[in-house]
Ligand binder design. Structure first.
Ligand code: AMP
Length: 220
């Protein structure tokens, strides 16, 4: 199962991708997570990416495309993958097609997480993430048992710098300007599956599981 999870920031792609990854044993590849790790470790990639990320704009295509191409070559992707936050531009989508073609593979489906802007802003401004294990929470909709502490590992929860109000608006603008065209790109190729991402996480999870199941049926 070679899957892409597409949609605006805050649509729940990461939360759902990690569930599918857990249930199906497929690697969850989040370019945002890879880039944040590179920034934290101050690698050459991280140093180049930091300013773009802090301002809410996209990191240049060539940097991101090569990270993903390398990641897909690894052995754990042999049975498939869930790409979250990539591709984000038509150029990235074309590069992904070319990379997969070179491997004799192709995408099985693109799940499109649909949610409106007001909900994106509410979700992102309340989002908290565990510093240690990366688990996601929301102060109102998915609160941890103890405020500020991860239920899973006891790690400290923090708010991403780019989840603060001003940057969220910029990220939405960037989404409409550079990423939203991918909906048509994949619809035209018969790969798009709509997901109502405005529902509560458990309901979205069911819809996602059903969609992935249906794609698997198609593949057989
Ligand atoms: P995310 O965690 O997916 O919201 O990504 C956080 C930030 O990382 C984005 O605002 C971009 O600056 C950068 N980023 C993540 N994925 C990509 C991508 N596919 N192309 C360009 N920039 C990206």
């Amino acid at each position: 199962m070679n899957l892409v999870f597409l949609g605006p920031p805050g649509a729940g792609k990461g939360t759902q991708a990690s569930k599918v990854s857990e249930n199906r044993g497929l690697p969850h590849i989040s370019t945002g997570d890879i880039l944040r790790e590179a920034v934290a470790e101050e690698t050459p990639l991280g140093v180049k990416a930091k300013a773009f990320m802090d301002s809410g704009s996209l990191v240049p295509d060539d940097l991101v495309v090569s990270i993903v191409a390398e990641r897909l070559e690894r052995a754990d992707c042999a049975d498939g993958f869930v790409l979250d936050g990539f591709p984000r531009t038509i150029a990235q989508a074309e590069a992904l097609d070319a990379t997969l073609e070179g491997m004799g593979r192709s995408l099985d489906g693109v799940l499109y997480f649909k949610v409106d802007d007001d909900q994106v802003v509410r979700r992102l401004s309340g989002r908290r993430i565990c510093r240690d294990c990366g688990e996601n929470y929301h102060v109102d909709f998915m609160p941890p048992q103890t405020p500020g502490v991860c239920d899973k590992c006891g790690g400290e929860l923090y708010q991403r710098e780019d989840d603060k109000a001003g940057t969220v608006r910029e990220r939405l603008k960037v989404y409409y300007a550079q990423t939203a065209d991918l909906v048509d790109y994949y619809r035209e190729r018969g790969l798009l599956v709509d997901v109502d991402a405005s529902l509560v996480p458990s309901a979205v999870r069911e819809e996602v599981a059903a969609s992935v199941g249906a794609l698997e049926g198609k593949e057989d």
